[in-house]
Ligand binder design. Structure first.
Ligand code: ADP
Length: 251
């Protein structure tokens, strides 16, 4: 059984107004236990909207999201179970950070789960190390950090809850290349059955993913590994070529 399944998802913003905008136009896709998945596609294609449905933050106009085979909107309990197990890290970490020190911020989630102080401490330290920050950061205020460091703390805050599914809504691609590599390597090493879903832009990241979901205009254009998509999707080949040129310019 897939850990998450999306069935024919349709969603529009600003319904019933002149600004009505169809963001997802019939999306179906499965996420398996332990895989690392990248969502790719142009800005505005619907990646973020899709991710926000996976932990119930947005409710579809029609269609279904199943977590471990059960519709997440079936009842309050199924939604709670989903929120508990599917950790979403927002695109803008400022939306997620709030406490006076990095330690307290990262400890907030596990604290809410009623864990022992010892377990919380263990999780805080290991999550902060995963995202490549030293222990010197623990007593700093998250608001005094750089944008990239804030992103790392926000990711650590979600990791510390040890969700079965970790969703990174553009938070990893927004850090520098070296940090992105560290975070992804740590996630891969410690995957331990955990599913990770992220938005990716850099080819060096995308080609390492178990599965790539190519989103285009609210629909899924192609799903598969880097090699499979190179073979079967001309749009993917073009995207890769263009992105490679962009990355060469960056260097
Ligand atoms: P992506 O993550 O691929 O950049 P999004 O899911 O953010 O795409 O956006 C999909 C479409 O929905 C875009 O046309 C975008 O302008 C629109 N959209 C996203 N968020 C909102 C919002 N809060 N209100 C109205 N339209 C939105």
């Amino acid at each position: 059984m897939s850990v998450l399944s999306v069935k024919n998802l349709i969603y529009g913003y600003s319904k019933g107004t002149p600004f009505e905008k169809g963001a997802l136009k019939g999306v179906s896709v499965d996420f398996e236990k332990g895989e690392i998945v990248a969502l790719i596609g142009h800005t505005g294609s619907g990646k973020s909207t899709l991710l926000q449905h996976l932990n119930g933050l947005l409710k579809p106009d029609s269609g279904e999201i199943l977590f471990e085979g059960e519709s997440i909107h079936k009842s309050k309990e199924t939604l709670r179970k989903c929120r508990f197990n599917v950790g979403l890290c927002f695109q803008y970490p400022e939306q997620q950070l709030f406490d006076s020190t990095v330690y307290k911020d990262v400890a907030f989630g596990p604290g809410n789960m009623g864990l022992s102080a010892e377990e919380i401490d263990k999780r805080v330290r290991s999550s902060v190390a995963y995202v490549g920050l030293s222990e010197d950061y623990l007593e700093k205020s998250p608001f005094d950090l750089s944008g990239g460091e804030k992103r790392r703390v926000a990711i650590a805050g979600v990791l510390s809850m040890e969700p079965k599914v970790l969703i990174l809504d553009d938070s990893v691609s927004a850090v520098d290349t070296k940090t992105e590599k560290v975070i992804l390597e740590n996630l891969a090493k410690a995957r331990n059955g955990k599913t990770t879903i992220l938005i990716a832009h850099r080819i060096t990241t995308i080609e390492k993913m178990d599965k790539i979901i190519f989103v285009d205009d609210g629909k899924i254009l192609a799903v598969g590994s880097h090699e499979q998509l190179l073979e079967c999707s001309p749009e993917y080949r073009t995207t890769v070529e263009l992105q490679k040129l962009d990355e060469q310019k960056e260097v």
